[in-house]
Design a protein around this ligand. Structure first.
Ligand code: CP
Length: 309
């Protein structure tokens, strides 16, 4: 029998032990990047992005380059044969002949499942519609662990577009595996967490509450995870315009927050965090992008079986 090909579509495809291993590997990369600079020599990463991205695509590319590997791919469906009607299944079968590992972002929920069924190399979901974004979650987990020292016993405030924000869904799925966390879901009524995610919180028996007011929630929080209202997932412009500025984090709103609060945001930011907050030591969202690159380096090593030194 051939060696099992490991892929990551959902954060739950990785066990807690594996996630902890990836975080330790990311710490080792941070401590001594030179030790890893040839690990992926002669290996290729295919980066297939059917949807816009800055961080995820460039951090995957940087990750592979810093591991000594090479990168190929496309940054938009229009510049690939998807524009001529090629299916994801066919594209993945073809690209499996060109690369050792594939990363794909696609606007359709479920497209990564089709990709895994057709890939003959490891596959990583870099975001599918409003569904999952597991490597953003890896970035978030490392940021939380490095800034708060633990992943248990924290009060997490998740604020903004909890309906379409795939990063929120993946983060909740991941944090539910660490005990003692409490969840404060801050959103307008129309952008509440979907039923299937609320059901997970309910079944897990964790403490959670749904609120509208960011100001009232802030004093209790260890982590504040701000999100952008996802314009691209709205069916009409009018609703987007009405909801887009529901929450704007300002220095004034932080006056009653804990000193050791960590403010995260998957980015891109539109208007939901004032730039005046950027210089506050509690703002960790740019540091989060560095954590993302290091976790993607760790994940590439792990999926290629190159993580054992
Ligand atoms: N956080 C994130 O996924 O950013 P990009 O859309 O720029 O990749």
């Amino acid at each position: 029998m051939g060696k099992e090909i490991r892929s990551v579509v959902n954060i739950l495809d990785l066990s807690v032990d594996e996630i902890n291993h990836l975080m330790e590997l990311a710490d080792a990369i941070e401590a001594d990047p030179g030790k890893f600079q040839e690990c992926c020599a002669h290996r290729k990463l295919a980066v297939l992005f059917y949807e816009p991205s800055t961080r995820t695509r460039l951090s995957f590319e940087a990750a592979m380059l810093e591991l000594g590997g090479q990168v190929l791919g496309f940054a938009g469906a229009d510049s690939s044969s998807a524009a001529k009607g090629e299916s994801v299944a066919d594209t993945i079968r073809v690209v499996s002949n060109y690369a050792d590992i594939i990363v794909m972002r696609h606007p359709k929920e479920g497209a990564p499942v089709v990709a895994v069924q057709n890939a003959s190399v490891p596959f990583i979901n870099a975001g599918d519609g409003g569904h999952f974004h597991p490597t953003q979650t890896l970035a978030d987990l490392l940021t939380i662990r490095r800034t708060r020292g633990r992943l248990e016993g924290l009060t997490l405030g998740l604020c903004g577009d909890l309906k379409f924000g795939r990063t929120v869904h993946s983060l909740i799925d991941a944090m539910l595996r660490y005990p003692g966390n409490r969840y404060v879901l801050i959103s307008p009524e129309e952008l509440r967490l979907p039923f299937y995610e609320l059901e997970k919180l309910e079944k897990s028996g964790v403490l959670y509450q749904e609120v509208n007011s960011l100001e009232e929630a802030i004093p209790d929080l260890d982590i504040l995870y701000m999100t952008r209202v996802q314009k691209e997932r709205f069916f009409n412009e009018e609703d987007y315009l009405r909801l887009k500025d529901s929450y704007i984090l300002t220095p004034e709103k932080l006056l009653k927050s804990r000193e050791d609060l960590a403010i995260l945001h998957p980015l891109p930011r539109v208007n939901e965090i004032s730039v005046q907050v950027d210089k506050d030591p509690r703002a960790k969202y740019f540091y989060q992008t560095l954590c993302g690159k290091q976790m993607r380096m760790a994940l590439i090593l792990f999926l290629l079986g190159l993580d054992k030194g």
